[in-house]
Structure formats: C-alpha cells, structure tokens
Design a protein around this ligand. Structure first.
Ligand SMILES: [Zn+2]
Length: 196
C-alpha cells in the first residue's frame, strides 16, 4: 500500500459508488424487459431501515433514497429483485447474508502501518482511501482506523458492515420514469442522486 488520502466525509455511504458491488446482475424487473425498450429504467424512491441480526437498528433513511431500477447496480441486487413489481406504498423486507450485502470479513484487508503515514490528528474511526496492496490497476480501498497504539495504526479495509447478516426493510414512496440521460449514465441525477 502506498499513500493514504483522508476522506473528507467520514460517514459511510450505503448505496453510492463508494461501496458499489461488482456488476453483472441482470434485472428481473418487468418494466425493464417487457414494457419498454432495452435501455429503459425508472427511479424508485425508498425509505429504509437497516437492522443487525439482533434486530437492532443500524441506520434508517432521514429522507427517501432514490435509485435507478433496472439492473444498474445502484442498490443491493437482492433488494432490487424483491422490489421488481412493487408500487408506491408497498413494503419489502429482505434478509441479506454477508456475501449479498457488504461481503465476508477478509482478514487480509487488515493492515498494520506506522503512524507516520497518517496525519498527526488521526483517531479511531477515521477513514482513508488507499491503494490495495498488490493491485495492478490502482484499485482503491477505503480503510477504517480501528486501533492506534505504540506508533502503529490498524487500518481495516473491510466495510464496517462486512461479515454481518442484515435485514433491509423499505417502503416504496414513489416510482417515476427515469430520464434518458439518467439511463445512459446508469444513476439518478438531482435531489438525492448524483450531481455533475
Ligand atoms: Zn450522471
């Protein structure tokens, strides 16, 4: 691993590019395949709550999240599949095993580094982007600082929710057609979405 870049916003993002899953998923959405041309898609607005295996709330949406439905890899594939025919007002509850959510916990992603590689203000919980060790294509990993002691830092490249079975409960607040531009980009634009 080479340099670390501190992340400005330390809060984790569940659905944005930071933790985007591998693509390759093809949607079972009936709107996607039956009613429109191949590149059609639509926006779904969701309120959600995420629970750990003990039923404790991990987090919930403060305002609806918006994702582009139709196999664009904007949201967990298992959730997208469950939402395939859901309309406004419908609720869905999906239990995801770690490999369907944020992955199994990988010990090899835990690194011990000298504190000198980090800013003096470093503290437990800070997040840094770093290049994965042995990566040819400069693949970026987000490391969370989990311990600091005796001149060393433990940097954990696992997602904070890796290795955890999660329950994702959500309610469909709104379903709307996506714009041509959103479909071309594969993500939603504007409020709640991508700005550029
Ligand atoms: Zn875009």
């Amino acid at each position: 691993m080479r340099d670390y870049t501190q992340r400005v916003a330390s809060h984790r993002r569940l659905f944005a590019v930071d933790f985007r899953r591998e693509s390759g998923y093809s949607s079972a959405c009936p709107y996607f395949w039956n009613h429109h041309a191949h590149f059609q898609g639509h926006r779904r607005h969701l309120n959600y709550s995420l629970f750990d295996p003990d039923g404790e709330l991990i987090e919930k949406s403060s305002e609806p999240i918006i994702y582009l439905h139709g196999g664009y890899d904007n949201i967990f594939p298992k959730v997208e599949e469950a939402l395939g025919q859901k309309e406004e007002g419908d609720k869905v509850s999906v239990v995801m095993e770690p490999d369907e959510a944020f992955g199994e916990y990988d010990e090899e992603l835990v690194r011990v580094e000298d504190t000198g590689k980090f800013p003096p203000s470093i503290k437990v919980g800070d997040q840094f982007e770093g290049v994965a060790e042995g990566s040819d294509d400069h693949e970026t990993v987000i490391y969370t600082i989990t311990d600091i002691a005796e001149g060393k830092v433990i940097a954990d490249g696992n997602h904070p929710l890796a290795g955890i079975r999660l329950r994702f409960d959500c309610e469909v607040m709104e379903v709307r057609p996506a714009s041509k531009e959103e479909i071309m980009h594969g993500h939603v634009h504007g409020a709640g979405g991508h700005h550029h």
